[in-house]
Each structure stands twice: as structure tokens, then as C-alpha cells.
Design a protein around this ligand. Structure first.
Ligand code: PLP
Length: 388
């Protein structure tokens, strides 16, 4: 029996390992989970009734998504993102942004090609690239986890097919400036490679930070792949709905891939998504008030231990990537925090950083009380462990 050597070389994410540790240590507060604290709006459930009333909805539907949802997406993109999906571009509904990324990688690469990821990376991006038998070429960001366009440009070779940016970012919480994203998009255009822009956290910005969509840049439509998701914005993680905006030329290849993997995104979830999108971004912005207060609370508490921990500027998503002033192995530190202090965070090694002790704190799933208790435990735990 022969099993894929390629799959053996794909990393196993640490998140399930941390999940096991949490289960083995009941009462642990998780600052590990990358999900929103809320679920979808009632309009999503109402739309499901409409869906179920029509027996046709039990059959396969278009690979690219139902027209009702595609229309809602395209008017949202025009109004909020400045992306006018017109001639030369297509929107494809996917079963989440991760699927959009897999579709993109498979559509634009051949085995051995390279895709540039900014470090720290989102682990599923690195895994998707390895699964496609390609190589993730990882480039460093600066001390504030911001893009370094000159470093990106210098890393592009004949094998490069795309540069990936995620803003607001997982795992750093960094929001990239419009200027930096324009620069990266222009580099991609000049070099003839795609710019894959993951915008799953588009609404999650704080302290005046603004989200910018590279797909809105004049002349970007031919080389920009924009990925979006309802998972975070609408509390839709388990419903599996996102979408990608792609150049027309990629429509056929992506349709072949998605037809084979999925046939069509689950129709009931698409109806629910169309219902949720009627409420629009106001839904998320309202929920964001709680997350924003929790972020402030977490940042204030972490300031008390600034001799032990640096917290780079993070004005987006719901993550902070802490730089621990220690050479301790971050997985050991994460394990001790769970076992001895009942608080869970994710070690930075998951995101491709091996030479520093980083811990990712996720605050999106928390309510105020749990957040207060969780951050108390983290601060006490770090003080205790780092002193010994
Ligand atoms: C940057 C980024 N992209 C994509 C995803 C996955 O989104 P979806 O649930 O739409 O597949 C996540 C989830 O954590 C993410 O952090």
C-alpha cells in the first residue's frame, strides 16, 4: 500500500492539539479560538423557510452559487468595497474562504510553483499550497507585522505565481495600509503574478484603522483574486459560505475544481447567507462594540506586564500576537498555561515562526466576564512561569 508522501509532509496544525489539552483540563478558558462570539441574525433562519418551501431547492444548483446570493454579494462589493464586478471578472460562491483559497491555488499553479506568504502565515494557506505540491515562499514582515513590499518584490522569481496578503490579519491582528496594499498589487501587476487578498476580517477594525480592498484599484481586476467569508462577520462559521472574485479567465478552471469538490455550495446555507446579507454589515458593526471593549480590556491588562511581553500594534481581526521576552519553547509555554493556569493560547510555531517565542491571543469568542477572567489567568500565568 502506498500513501501520499506529499500529504505526510503537510503540517499538522497545533490547534487540535491545544483543543485536546483544553478538554483534558476542564474549566480552561480558551483565548485560542478564532471565532466570533455571536451567531447569525434571525433573517438567516427566516430565509431557510423560503428555501425549504421550494422543492427545487433539494436539487443541485449552479456551481458558482444561486443568483439571489450572487446579486447580494455583488451589490455589497460595489457599495462597501469599491469592487465593481463587471466584464472580465466573476464572483464564485464557495464553501468558505478556505475553499476559495484552495480553488485559487489549484487554478493558478502547477507542481513545484511558488506562492509568497507573509510571515507569520495563516496555517491553512501554507497547507493548501503544500497539498497542491507547491512551495510556500515565506517572507518576513516588520516589527509591527506590517508588509515589506521591497522584500516581497525581491522574492518573486520565475516560479512565483502569487503573493498572498491577509488584512486584517490572522494571526497578528495587523491592518495593512492602503498604500502598502497598492504597492503590493502594483508589484504583482508588473511581475505578472496574482495578488490573492484574503479579507475574511474586513469589518473587524479598531482605533480608526480602515480596511482596504486591493480589488478596488483601477487596473487590478486582471490579476487580483479577492476572498471573503461570512464566517466571522455574520457568525456563520459552521454554515460554510464565502466567495471569491476572480478574473474571467480563471472562471472555467475554478468551476472545474469546485464542481469536482463540491458540485455546488450547500443551497440551504446560501439562502441563509442571502437572508443575513439583507441585514448587512450593520449586524457585525453592532456586535463589534462588545469585541472592541474586550480588546481594550485585554490590551490594558497586557500593558501591566510589558517587561515580559511586547504587544505589537494590532488594530484588526480579533487577535494579538504577543512577543514573549523569553527563549522558552512556545508550545511548552502554551501547555503550562493550560495545565497550570487553565488558560489556552496558540503558540506562534503554528504560524511558521520558529525563532521567537510568540503566543496568539484570540478575543473574538469572549464575553466580558470570561475575557476578564481569561486575561487575569494569562497575566498571572506568564508572570509565574517566566519568573521560574
Ligand atoms: C485569514 C483567514 N482566512 C480564512 C479563514 C477561514 O474562513 P472560512 O470559514 O470562510 O473558510 C480564516 C479562519 O480563521 C482566516 O483566519
Amino acid at each position: 500500500m502506498h500513501d501520499s508522501l506529499r500529504m505526510q509532509s503537510v503540517q499538522t496544525p497545533i490547534i487540535p492539539v491545544v483543543g485536546e489539552l483544553i478538554r483534558a483540563n476542564p474549566g480552561t478558558i480558551s483565548l485560542g479560538q478564532g471565532v466570533a462570539y455571536y451567531g447569525p441574525p434571525p433573517e438567516a433562519a427566516e430565509a431557510i423557510h423560503t428555501c425549504l418551501a421550494d422543492p427545487e431547492n433539494h436539487k443541485y444548483k449552479l456551481v458558482q452559487g444561486i443568483p439571489e446570493l450572487l446579486d447580494a454579494i455583488e451589490s455589497k462589493l460595489a457599495q462597501e468595497n469599491g469592487i465593481h464586478v463587471g466584464d472580465g471578472q466573476r464572483t464564485m460562491v464557495t464553501a468558505g474562504a478556505n475553499m476559495g483559497f484552495m480553488n485559487a491555488v489549484q487554478a493558478i499553479t502547477d507542481p513545484g510553483d511558488e506562492i509568497i506568504l507573509n510571515l507569520p502565515y495563516y496555517f491553512n494557506h501554507e497547507m493548501a499550497i503544500a497539498i497542491a505540491d507547491c512551495k510556500a515562499l515565506c517572507v518576513p514582515t516588520d516589527d509591527s507585522y506590517q508588509l515589506q513590499p521591497d522584500v516581497i518584490e525581491a522574492s518573486i522569481s520565475d516560479r512565483t505565481r502569487a503573493v498572498v496578503t491577509i488584512s486584517p490579519n490572522n494571526p497578528t491582528g495587523a491592518v495593512y495600509s492602503e498604500a502598502a496594499l497598492r504597492e503590493v498589487n502594483a508589484i504583482c501587476r508588473r511581475k505578472g503574478v496574482y495578488h490573492i487578498s484574503d479579507e475574511a476580517y474586513e469589518y473587524f477594525t479598531y482605533d480608526g484603522a480602515r480596511h482596504f480592498s486591493p480589488g478596488s484599484i483601477d487596473g487590478s481586476s486582471d490579476h487580483t483574486i479577492s476572498l471573503f467569508s461570512l464566517s466571522k462577520a455574520y457568525g456563520f462559521a459552521s454554515w460554510r459560505i464565502g466567495w471569491m472574485v476572480i478574473p474571467q479567465r480563471l472562471f472555467e478552471p475554478v468551476r472545474k475544481i469546485q464542481d469536482t469538490n463540491l458540485i455546488c455550495p450547500p443551497v440551504i446555507s446560501q439562502w441563509a447567507a442571502a437572508g443575513a446579507m439583507q441585514v448587512g454589515s450593520a449586524y457585525c458593526r453592532d456586535k463589534l462594540r462588545v469585541t472592541s471593549e474586550i480588546r481594550r480590556l485585554v490590551l490594558d491588562r497586557l500593558r501591566e506586564i510589558d517587561s515580559l511581553v511586547t504587544v505589537p500594534d494590532a488594530r484588526g481581526a480579533f487577535y494579538l500576537l504577543l512577543r514573549i521576552h523569553s527563549e522558552t519553547d512556545p508550545m511548552d509555554l502554551a501547555r503550562r498555561l493550560i495545565e497550570e493556569h487553565k488558560v489556552a493560547v496558540i503558540p506562534g510555531t503554528t504560524f511558521g515562526i520558529q525563532d521567537q517565542c510568540l503566543l496568539r491571543v484570540a478575543y473574538g469568542a469572549l464575553q466580558k466576564e470570561t475575557a476578564t477572567e481569561g486575561i487575569d489567568r494569562l497575566v498571572a500565568g506568564l508572570k509565574h512561569i517566566l519568573a521560574t
